[in-house]
Design a protein around this ligand. Structure first.
Ligand SMILES: NC(=O)c1ccc[n+]([C@@H]2O[C@H](COP(=O)([O-])OP(=O)(O)OC[C@H]3O[C@@H](n4cnc5c(N)ncnc54)[C@H](O)[C@@H]3O)[C@@H](O)[C@H]2O)c1
Length: 284
């Protein structure tokens, strides 16, 4: 199946960056959000990123203009999606909200359009069941920052059609990304694996075996991880990580249970970099 036009719904941190990558890959893309402030911020952020590439000599001014001209920003869902062949959903990680968005999309999207969710761990089957096109529903899990990270984890349900899978994988390749394919299981490959690491590191800390700083240093220098697990959790937001660990615990049992320290930080509103305090203090 040919993809000529893409829509991204949810113009937050991920949706904005995904839209930029898609436009840079040559596709016209419409970006939709329910909040005009987010849309304005999204547009400005992309312009800034493109200008920075021009300043560094990595992109010509002419190309930057072409990329910008491929993008539209709108609060109107039907304007954003009626012509789209692929709709990438990047609204907050809340199953009921995502199901609601998929049901809305079902009503106005082209019958042939593919719906791709950027969820980090939620059930793609559950999202598919809120539509009448389960064969055309798939997961495309991007990584932060999408402009830099090479991987898109592609998640298929038992109902996802081979055509949807092949079209999605070739779309990802056409915008310069690599893919891995994974069956629909809570946390997929990457969220499940990184969660196992962070939970074990929290246990090492809580058992008094080593400090947060030394555990992070061990992962960086011992395994060449670019940042340590506690730094990563602070960067992602402790509320977000906590919520993901709760989801994994529900499915796989207590091996994914978040530690006491993390529960205390979340309860007291210390959510990492965004609040200035988490496993580390960023106010110093
Ligand atoms: N942040 C990350 O590092 C990361 C990495 C991979 C995947 N994800 C996943 O990507 C998704 C989005 O995450 P984010 O960090 O960009 O969130 P975010 O909070 O930055 O952005 C979400 C955006 O969705 C908008 N929104 C809310 N309801 C909407 C609706 N009904 N229709 C359209 N827009 C709506 C919000 O206004 C907001 O702009 C989540 O599922 C998250 O798990 C996040």
């Amino acid at each position: 199946m040919e993809l000529n036009r893409v829509a991204v719904t949810g113009a937050g941190m991920m949706g904005t960056a995904i839209a930029q990558v898609v436009a840079m890959g040559g596709y016209p893309v419409s970006v939709r959000d329910i909040d005009s402030d987010f849309l304005n911020r999204s547009k400005t952020n992309i312009e800034k990123k493109l200008n920075a590439l021009v300043d560094k000599g990595k992109l010509s001014e002419e190309n930057a203009k072409k990329i910008s001209s491929r993008m539209t920003f709108t609060e109107d869902l039907s304007v954003a999606v009626t012509e789209a062949d692929l709709i990438i959903e990047a609204v907050p990680e809340d199953l009921e909200l995502k199901r609601k968005v998929f049901t809305e999309l079902e009503k106005i999207a082209k019958p042939s359009a593919i719906f791709a969710s950027n969820t980090s761990e939620l059930s793609i089957s559950s999202l598919a069941s809120s539509t009448r096109r389960p064969k055309q529903v798939i997961g495309t899990h991007w990584f932060f920052p999408p402009q830099v990270m090479k991987l898109i984890e592609v998640i298929v349900t038992p109902e996802t059609s081979q055509e949807t899978l092949e079209t999605t994988v070739s779309f990802c390749k056409s915008i310069g990304k690599e893919t891995v394919i994974c069956k629909d299981a809570q946390g997929f490959i990457t969220s499940r694996a990184i969660s196992a690491l962070v939970v074990e590191c929290m246990r090492i800390y809580e058992e008094g075996i080593a400090s947060i700083e030394d555990i992070d240093k061990a992962m960086r220098l011992g395994f060449n991880h670019p940042i340590g697990p506690f730094q990563l959790m602070d960067m992602s937001g402790l509320d977000v990580v906590y919520h993901a660990l709760e989801g994994l615990t529900e499915v796989y049992g207590d091996r994914f249970e978040p530690g006491r320290k993390m529960a205390d930080l979340v309860k007291t509103g210390h959510l990492g970099q965004k609040t200035g305090n988490g496993f580390y203090n960023y106010r110093k």
